[in-house]
Design a protein around this ligand. Structure first.
Ligand code: FAD
Length: 325
């Protein structure tokens, strides 16, 4: 079955013959269909593969991203899931849908507890890790245990739920959980849409130093990157050709002979290297977790060239920086 174009973690066959044996007792009784299901009708630019058309269409539903956790045999196991929903307020119930081939599906049984950690917008690497595509050098996740259930530290919101019922759902199983614990903090969530991570529109930074017209093309031309607390983003004396726009978090600029300067979300740095190709004039260090968009010199120049008015405004902002330095 063709699955080209689908993100790897969703490369699942959709016809029943490909449904693997579900673990014993986990929603394994197929529904009794009253009539044979009709072939799905679809309209999509994804060619004539109904599975891809279905995935693309489902991908238009924007979700948050969670990590589902449980502990078994004194080990913590986590997996990324966006198929999470609130099911009832009274009694408090939530629902998750887990691929029957996932290790998590084998670990959860009625009566067990699972944790749900709703990720913040800076936690794309955490999501990748628990989807089996961890990058090298990314720190190990830390867990907090609540009601014998692991929860991912640093997430935006947490639930602990006890599996109340399980249901057969084709190549997935549904786990209805009775919520025993819930807490949340302030912050912006990580989103998932069309097979990629997104952030809330309101989280797009207001960049007081950048001309309004310049921000969207710069964000589109750059690449998102994250840094952990204390990590060096730019090194004094090194040649670098990227301008960084801070999306969230704060960055300390350290320049010999000058007091440290803290830049907040919406500010930018690295412009000297990006515009002149010369060595960096200061160190830039992440102050807490930081998300930036890095724009290479050639991309920056082409954005400036296509919007001369915004380029003039940026020149004004740079002149102001020189005056303040
Ligand atoms: P594995 O694939 O064995 O483990 C998952 C990964 O987590 C591995 O890399 C493992 O090393 C790491 N890991 C596990 N425990 C720990 C630990 N204690 N410490 C450090 N690392 C650990 N699938 C679904 O079934 N339902 C969904 O709703 C769903 N939504 C998804 C949403 C997104 C945005 C993405 C990216 C993927 C989604 N997936 C979903 C796919 C699912 O996350 C992957 O298929 C996942 O690999 C299945 O995990 P598993 O239980 O089979 O365990």
């Amino acid at each position: 079955m063709a699955t080209e174009g689908a993100p790897p973690e969703f490369k699942l066959a959709l016809d029943s013959t490909a449904v693997p044996q579900g673990p014993e007792g986990i929603g394994e009784s197929p529904f009794d269909f009253t009539a044979a299901p009709e072939a799905m009708e679809y309209q999509s630019d994804a060619g004539d593969d109904p599975a891809i058309a279905l995935r693309r269409t489902l991908g238009m539903f924007t979700t948050g991203v969670t990590v589902i956790t449980t502990s078994a045999h004194d080990e913590v196991h986590g997996m990324t899931a966006n198929a999470f929903m609130s099911a009832s307020l009274n009694p408090p119930l939530v629902l998750i849908s887990i691929d029957r081939r996932a290790k998590m599906c084998n670990l959860l049984h009625e009566g067990d507890r699972y944790g749900v950690s709703i990720l913040g917008e800076h936690q794309t690497e955490m999501s990748d890790r628990f989807a089996g595509r961890a990058k090298e050098g990314v720190p190990e996740p830390a867990f907090e245990i609540v009601r014998d259930t692991p929860l991912v530290e640093g997430a935006l919101a947490h639930f602990v739920a006890r599996v109340d019922r399980t249901y057969y759902a084709g190549d997935h199983s549904l786990f209805l959980g009775h919520v025993e614990y819930a807490r949340h903090s302030e912050g912006a969530p990580l989103l998932y849409h069309g097979g990629q991570y997104e952030r809330l529109g309101k989280a797009a930074p207001v960049a007081p130093e950048l001309p309004e017209g310049l921000l969207p093309p710069l964000l589109a031309a750059g690449e998102e990157c994250s840094f952990s607390d204390g990590e060096s983003i730019v090194k004094l004396g090194e040649v670098g050709d990227q301008l960084f726009v801070i999306l969230d978090g704060a960055v300390i600029l350290r320049r010999p002979g000058h007091p440290d300067k803290q830049l907040e979300a919406g500010s930018y740095f690295g412009e000297v290297g990006a515009l002149s190709g010369e060595a960096r004039v200061s160190d830039a260090i992440a102050d807490g977790a930081v998300n930036c968009v890095a724009v290479r010199s050639d991309a920056l120049k082409s954005v400036l060239a296509s919007s001369p008015e915004a380029a003039w405004e940026m020149l004004g902002s740079l002149a102001q920086r020189v005056r303040e330095a």
